[in-house]
Write a protein that binds this ligand. Structure first.
Ligand SMILES: Nc1ncnc2c1ncn2[C@@H]1O[C@H](COP(=O)(O)OP(=O)(O)OP(=O)(O)O)[C@@H](O)[C@H]1O
Ligand SMILES: [Mg+2]
Length: 277
């Protein structure tokens, strides 16, 4: 597809492929106080993610996937346990670990280009020209160069997600945290994005933690698929996916993995949240 984006020389340092992070999630627990009582969202979750690994989290609704992603991002604090990125505790959000949500969360008053530039505000030391060059590079990478002047409302859902991806990639984070980023898209657009994300992941070397309800999507993208069990959320089972890349979402081999994971998911059932006063 589109990895033909030429690297502008002045910004070339900024566009270097930087080392992806290693993540260590150690015994993380988190509960929330709700109107009906206390809900234990995560119960002693431990997980190691190696540099440039692509890990997918699947599990029933409410089993704590987003909570874990937010804790890794530094957007939420665990009640106990810790998250380490390259050995250092994560205590706050930072540009090394960026999140891409299900809804693109773009600024409607900015153009496509303006939205990607906005992500580069996290890099105050870049000159204006470098910022522009970097934004252009990522728009080309996601195949949206022709739409850089477009307004957000003129874009399709898939195009908006591409802008979101460019905005998340532009500050060159070491970790990309993706929370159901393709859930709202039609099947064809999603398929195209599976190919794109695999290419971008290979070219830009990111550590990716990806949350999805779509088991086939998880098997297509992940080096490992982790199955979360609900209430309280913890990692129940792990499925390494040993298929060559790039992977085709409709391949028979992939269907075999998806069937096994789906079976395990169904066996877990849909437990109700356990609420304590
Ligand atoms: N801010 C909050 N306040 C109160 N309870 C919360 C809060 N955030 C999450 N929870 C509760 O924690 C549990 C885990 O929620 P979380 O959003 O992490 O689940 P999830 O696996 O991402 O679900 P989904 O697949 O539906 O997105 C749920 O029972 C939810 O109600
Ligand atoms: Mg969620």
């Amino acid at each position: 597809m589109r990895l033909r984006a030429a690297r502008p020389s002045s910004a070339s340092q900024e566009l270097e492929v930087i080392a992806p992070s290693k993540l260590s999630i150690d015994n993380v627990s988190k509960s929330f106080q709700s109107a009906s009582g206390k809900v234990l969202a995560l119960d002693r979750v431990s997980l190691n993610v190696t540099e440039a690994e692509f890990v997918c989290l699947v599990g029933a609704s409410g089993c704590g996937k987003s909570t874990l992603l937010n804790i890794i991002a530094g957007l939420e604090k665990p009640d106990s346990g810790a998250v380490l990125a390259d050995g250092k505790p994560v205590t706050a959000p930072g540009r090394e670990r960026l999140v891409m949500f299900q809804e693109p969360a773009l600024f409607p008053w900015l153009t496509v280009f303006g939205n990607v530039l906005f992500g580069l505000k996290l890099k105050p030391n870049l000159s204006r020209k470098d910022r522009h060059d970097v934004a252009k590079y990522y728009l080309e990478l996601v195949g949206l160069s022709r739409f850089e002047h477009a307004n957000i409302h003129e874009l399709s859902g898939g195009m908006k997600q591409r802008v979101s991806l460019a905005r998340a990639l532009a500050p060159n984070p070491r970790v990309l945290l993706m929370d159901e980023p393709f859930a709202a898209l039609d099947a064809l657009t999603r398929e195209q994005l599976y190919g794109d994300i695999q290419e971008i992941w290979k070219a830009r070397r990111k550590t990716i933690v990806f949350v999805t309800h779509n088991v086939r999507e998880a098997a297509c993208l992940g080096d490992r698929v982790l199955l979360f069990s609900p209430h309280p959320g913890h990692i129940q089972e792990e499925f390494p996916v040993k298929l060559p890349r790039p992977r085709e979402i409709n391949s028979v081999d992939l269907a075999g993995y998806a069937t096994r994971i789906t079976k395990a998911l169904k066996n877990l059932g849909q437990a109700e949240p356990v609420v304590t006063k």
